[in-house]
Write a protein of this length. Structure first.
Length: 337
């Protein structure tokens, strides 16, 4: 069994821990938190050994009535691989800790690309992570873009990608970011950071991205225009994308007209935390004019990278090829709406 340490048990870390616990070839060795809170209590209730991420705060857990298994150094030393799910910038600071213990590490998309040997998306470049010591699982938006671009490149060739990203103002639990009532160019300069980030997956891709931030918490929305290398019919593109396991083409019959109903749909489907691991593409939005393809897709920022982290664990350790890992991850997590 692969012994997985998870450093950071917040929005992403707790979801990765749950996903790892479902895998037949993995075990959660422990999770590390900087302070006692409801998430620390939840980790213990789920049977995940809890470690203190900051030695000077270890006594705070005992004072809160929470038993810890040790310090994060001990957790990392015993692990086969560590998933760093700490806030942006902290992962880079933690790199030396992982190197001290010769433990391969996965970082999240909030880190700069140079923190890792390779940026990772399971559908697009799984094999590049094999044997790497430091791998960055790209951000929710880059994950969503990469999942769509990969099959289009393979089937038709891609000349140019133009994407406008309408981004949520904060996650539901990020109360420090609201309440807000504004619409912001974010950033006001072009491109947004998302285009260059996608290029860490496809280094020869021509892509421009623009970003806006809106007063919402549920999901991001992408408006995509892809110029293909060949003319194609919209129906053919729908068929192509419908075969992708981590893309959900929303049928018009469901009458899902936005992010709110998408989240309601996920809750009705019994998804944990109403998570949506798939890109949600409005089927009727897929249209073509000559070589230009257009579509809208919703991206659940809290969860779409979770199956990618699971696959990255296997890739780093060389435990399975892309097809095997993706199939196992999808089956155990229930990916596929």
């Amino acid at each position: 069994m692969i012994q997985v340490a998870i450093n950071g048990y917040g929005t992403i870390g707790k979801r990765v821990a749950d996903a790892v616990a479902l895998q037949p070839d993995m075990e959660v060795l422990g999770v590390a938190k900087t302070r006692p809170n409801f998430e620390a209590e939840t980790a213990i209730e789920k049977g995940f050994p809890l470690y203190a991420a900051i030695e000077e705060r270890a006594d705070q857990f005992e004072e809160a009535g929470l038993e810890i298994a040790g310090l994060v150094d001990e957790l990392v030393a015993e692990a086969d691989v560590v998933v760093d799910a700490t806030p942006s910038g902290i992962g880079a600071e933690n790199r030396s800790l992982y190197e001290d213990h010769d433990t391969p590490a996965l970082y999240q998309g909030g880190e700069d690309a140079d923190v890792a040997d390779v940026s990772f998306n399971a559908r697009s470049n799984y094999a590049e992570a094999t044997g790497a010591d430091h791998v960055r699982v790209v951000s929710c938006n880059t994950t969503g873009l990469s999942r769509v671009i990969a099959p289009l490149r393979e089937e038709y060739g891609v000349e140019k990608v133009r994407a406008t990203l309408v981004r949520r103002g904060g996650d539901p639990g990020q109360t420090g970011r609201g309440p807000i009532n504004d619409i912001l160019p974010n950033p006001v300069t072009i491109p947004s950071h998302h285009g260059p980030d996608v290029e860490t997956i496809f280094d020869d891709l021509d892509i421009d991205t623009l970003g806006m931030k809106v007063p919402a918490t549920l999901m991001h929305m992408h408006s995509l225009n892809v110029t293909l290398e060949a003319e194609v019919d919209a129906a053919d593109v729908r068929d192509l994308l419908s075969d992708e396991s981590r893309l959900f083409l929303i049928p018009e019959r469901l009458a899902i007209d936005g992010s709110g109903k998408l989240k309601e749909f996920a809750m009705d489907a019994g998804r944990p935390r109403a998570d949506i691991w798939e890109n949600c593409i409005w089927e009727e939005s897929i249209s073509t004019v000559d070589r230009d393809l257009y579509l809208f897709q919703g991206i659940h920022q809290e969860s779409d990278v979770v199956p990618e982290n699971v696959d990255a664990i296997r890739a780093v350790l060389g435990e399975a090829d892309a097809a095997e890992s993706i199939e196992t991850t999808n089956e155990t997590m229930g990916v596929g709406l």
